[in-house]
Design a protein around this ligand. Structure first.
Ligand code: 5RP
Length: 228
């Protein structure tokens, strides 16, 4: 099976899961990325079940609205029973690297409100030690160089994210992203805390302090579920 087929498999499994566990009339939390897009397409088949969705990016908002979902402002929402999102890497404890699509800050905010974080990923994303995927860090533009020096002192090699056209990539929040290569993340919680404390850092793409509660992993043998 191709990676895209595995993504489609877990996206459908997540839609089935949500149908089973999310009470009718509840608000759905929706992530960002190619796997999350497939989830949006799958869950749209029973969108009437939800009072609306809270989205983690402008791109997911557009896709949700194209399917006729009502997209709600998080400030108007008290409870999100389930948040479904992809990951760039996930380890055996449910800690993740996220932000490959640049939506890490809004993803972390929506995830923090959700009761349950359901991670959907193809099998290649499950790793023993995270760090092969460069760790995204969203930074206030004026702090870019100062934060990059601190991340280098941490043992990483930060690189400013660029667009395909060669411009500086800007997040939905108007900030920049440093992608940090060369890290071996054996203690994700303490690294998340340390990077969070660097002045100018908006969000680090480590989701360890609040990791996944459920992983739906797409493998050639089918979808494997882990609960953390
Ligand atoms: C976006 C993310 C995505 O969830 C992550 O990059 C995985 O993306 P994909 O499903 O396309 O592999 O964190 O900011």
């Amino acid at each position: 099976m191709t990676q895209d087929e595995l993504k489609a498999l877990v996206a459908q499994a997540a839609a089935d899961y949500v149908k089973e566990v999310v009470p009718a009339g509840a608000v759905l939390g929706v992530g960002t990325g190619s796997t999350a897009n497939l989830f949006i397409d799958a869950v749209a088949a029973f969108k009437e079940r939800f009072s609306g969705a809270v989205s983690s990016s402008e791109a997911s908002t557009r896709r949700l609205q194209q399917h006729g979902f009502q997209v709600l402002d998080l400030n108007e929402v008290d409870e999100i029973p389930v948040y479904v999102d992809g990951a760039d890497e996930i380890d055996a404890s449910g800690a993740m690297i996220k932000g490959g699509g640049g939506a890490l800050t809004r993803e972390k905010i929506v995830a923090s409100v959700a009761k349950r974080f359901v991670c959907i990923a193809d099998g290649s994303k499950l790793v023993d030690v995270m760090g092969a995927f460069p760790l995204p860090v969203e930074v206030i533009p004026m702090a870019r160089a100062a934060v990059a020096r601190q991340l280098a002192a941490f043992g990483g090699q930060p690189r400013l994210r660029m667009t395909k056209e060669g411009g500086i990539f800007k997040t939905d929040n108007g900030n920049v992203i440093l992608d940090v290569a060369g890290l071996k993340i054996s203690n994700p919680k303490s690294m998340e805390e340390a990077i969070n404390h660097m002045p100018g850092v908006v969000t680090v793409g480590l989701f360890a302090l609040r990791g996944a509660d459920v992983l739906l992993l797409g493998t050639p043998e089918g979808v494997k579920r882990s609960d953390y």
